[in-house]
Design a protein. Structure first.
Length: 155
């Protein structure tokens, strides 16, 4: 009997924390632990169905902060060494190694590096097109064009 009571309490605590975490991640400042504790799966489903609410509440001034203030806070996190997830666009502090969507900081950095590499290649091709137009119009010589082409294509 005692083991059954302990199991029910542990079960309720797990559902309580799961429900509370879902509510907090959706941007609500409410304590849904007891709902999850007593109603378990049902409370978790209800919490998951609630819409996102990412307005920030300033306890000092008792007011909801605007999106501009939210952006300032995100920029502050980035300036302190934080990073923004490319998958879900959440801003994470520097000590966070994995975003809540599952993207790790190293995966995010490698994705950004690949994206920048692709952007650099496109930029070089655009420059090469403009040099070709200059060659066709007679502004530069074939030799100058070949030099710029080798430089841009890393030949």
């Amino acid at each position: 009997m005692f083991g059954y009571i302990v199991a029910v309490i542990i079960w309720g605590v797990v559902w309580g924390f799961a429900t509370k975490t879902i509510i907090n991640n959706k941007g609500y400042d409410e304590n849904w632990f007891w709902w999850g504790f007593f109603f378990g799966f049902i409370a978790t489903i209800v919490a998951a169905c609630k819409p996102e609410n990412h307005n920030y509440y300033d306890y000092k001034t008792s007011s909801v902060l605007s999106k501009t203030t939210e952006q300032i806070r995100k920029n502050d996190i980035i300036n302190k060494g934080g990073w923004q997830c490319t998958r879900c666009n959440r801003t994470n502090p520097s000590y966070t190694g994995t975003c809540s969507c599952g993207m790790t900081k190293s995966m995010n950095d490698s994705f950004l590096n690949e994206q920048q590499k692709g952007n650099d290649e496109l930029e070089n091709l655009e420059k090469l097109k403009s040099y070709k137009e200059l060659l066709d119009s007679g502004v530069i010589t074939q030799k100058e064009f070949d030099e710029k082409k080798a430089q841009l294509l890393n030949l």
